[in-house]
Write a protein that binds this ligand. Structure first.
Ligand code: SAM
Length: 297
């Protein structure tokens, strides 16, 4: 540590505040906290992902001081990110559900031409493979997007030979420039990156044709293992604010909404919630990650 360097970089201060709020028990979300190993087991993480979380904990002082980017640990090898977003019990279940929802969407939306899908924040393509499997044999125009060119290049390498799949940049925080152009918008583990959730949801609604579907996966409760690792990906660049004024998480240092809060936000944005999986009584509900489907009426 450099002499005089702050123990916590300004842009990561909200993380520390959130830990204190959770530890203080004043604002522990439903579901409790649990431990890293228990959480890992509940979610069915492979050893690479649990190792990554342990590595993040060991290196918390450097992460907090912003001397080490979390990406250096997360993308150390391909299996770690894949384990976090794809190769675990909950995500396998959710991605299989995405495949089914896509199959059903193609039948229920009944497009004149190709089914036009935009996937936002496609990242390493953890959900894309299953979404495309659900659309096999269909005429599709599938736009694989991310805010970062790194991920669209990665997507191109992985899915570039699939018929009907194109690649482009798309920022969920930017104005939508092709309203009414998509039958389905898919967003897996990305909407919590919104600076102002109501604006992002309204933008995605505008992107849809009437009757179009917003399909998204989101974590609905905080887990200590994520609070001490993935949370570092959520800090805004130095000198900028993570959330815009009026975002429902403002003043709480939270990243995730509960399923009930998502349902409210969807209604407010003019989207009718159709389905939330897993259902509360399902054994995987405890893991706190959900698939939402909503329709633009
Ligand atoms: C947690 S990863 C999820 C990746 C993938 N959807 C999955 O589930 O495997 C989040 C992704 O969202 C992207 N992202 C972050 N901020 C974004 C924004 N403002 N607009 C679009 N994508 C964003 C990141 O680059 C990253 O690829």
């Amino acid at each position: 540590m450099r002499a005089g360097a702050p123990a916590v970089a300004d842009r990561h201060r909200w993380i520390l505040r959130r830990w204190l709020a959770v530890l203080d028990g004043t604002d522990v979300p439903a579901g409790g906290t649990g431990t890293l190993v228990e959480d890992g087991r509940a979610i069915g993480y492979p050893p690479e992902t649990t190792r990554f979380m342990l590595a993040a904990m060991e290196r918390l002082p450097e992460l907090l001081r912003d001397e080490l980017p979390l990406q250096a640990l997360l993308f150390e090898d391909a299996d770690t990110a894949d384990g976090a977003y794809r190769e675990n019990t909950v995500n396998r279940y959710l991605n299989a559900a995405v495949a089914e929802v896509m199959r059903w969407a193609a039948a229920s939306v009944r497009p004149d031409g190709p089914l036009r899908v935009l996937e936002a924040g496609a990242g390493v393509g953890g959900t894309t493979a299953d979404a495309l499997a659900g659309l096999a044999g269909r005429d599709i125009d599938y736009l694989y997007t991310d805010v970062s060119r790194y991920f669209t290049s990665l997507g191109r390498r992985r899915f570039g030979d699939r018929p009907g799949v194109r690649f482009g940049l798309f920022d969920i925080n930017a104005e939508v420039d092709e309203p009414g152009s998509r039958h389905v918008v898919l967003a897996a583990n990305v909407l919590h990156n919104a600076r102002h959730l109501p604006r992002t949801l309204s933008g995605l609604r505008d992107l849809l044709v009437p009757g179009g579907l917003l399909v998204f996966i989101e974590t609905g409760r905080e887990m200590p293992a994520l609070l001490a690792s993935m949370q570092f990906l959520m800090s805004a660049p130095a000198g900028t604010e993570r959330l815009a004024p009026g975002d429902p998480r403002e003043g709480t240092d939270r990243v995730f909404l509960t399923p009930a809060e998502w349902t409210d936000e969807l209604h407010r944005a003019g989207l009718r919630p159709l389905l939330v999986l897993p259902r509360p009584t399902h054994p995987l509900a405890e893991a706190g990650v959900h698939l939402f489907t909503a329709r633009r009426d």
